[in-house]
Design a protein. Structure first.
Length: 179
């Protein structure tokens, strides 16, 4: 008799759990969410380079609440995928920040911040493979380099960036003390 009561109790518990999950799923769906976390995806503006579409994709949240990851996406022949030379495998953690892509002088440039190497600029002279990666001081330097590229000026080395930044800071500090 006791076994029958235990079985009835377990059946009742399973029915209540099933009803709970169905109701929770319906509530999450009605509120526009889900029971299981998935990252929010934001695709930025696209550019066309050598017959393919390129854009930056930002993923926020998911199984890592508050985490933001950036990827360079490529669409060729109806298929979209992360650019393989910059994201070698599917478990690549992505970048911390990114800017671009821009097209200048028949080349495509993308600026990104990697957790290990810091800010860099990827240069594509053709759709694939990646031509080279140029280190940069910070995001300001990347944006300044992009402005130079739009004016058909060449990329500067990181040493040239440091020297120019030092000159600007020196002018600013000496100019503010004389006033």
């Amino acid at each position: 008799m006791a076994v029958v009561q235990v079985m009835l109790g377990l059946r009742s518990l399973l029915v209540k759990l099933a009803i709970f999950f169905v109701m929770a799923t319906l509530l999450a769906w009605a509120l526009g969410g889900t029971l299981f976390p998935r990252p929010e995806i934001v695709d930025h503006s696209r550019v066309t380079f050598q017959g393919a579409e390129w854009w930056l994709r930002m993923l926020a949240g998911g199984d890592q609440p508050g985490a933001v990851r950036w990827y360079l996406m490529e669409k060729t022949g109806g298929k979209s995928f992360p650019q393989p030379s910059l994201h070698p495998d599917e478990i690549h953690p992505g970048w911390l920040d990114a800017t671009g892509p821009i097209i200048a002088s028949d080349r495509m440039y993308v600026g990104f911040q990697d957790a290990k190497a810091g800010w860099q600029i990827a240069v594509f002279e053709q759709a694939a493979p990646l031509t080279r990666i140029v280190p940069a001081l910070d995001r300001l330097a990347v944006e300044r380099q992009f402005a130079r590229l739009k004016l058909d000026l060449p990329l500067q080395t990181i040493d040239q960036e440091r020297a120019l930044r030092g000159e600007v800071l020196e002018i600013t500090t000496t100019g503010s003390t004389t006033q």
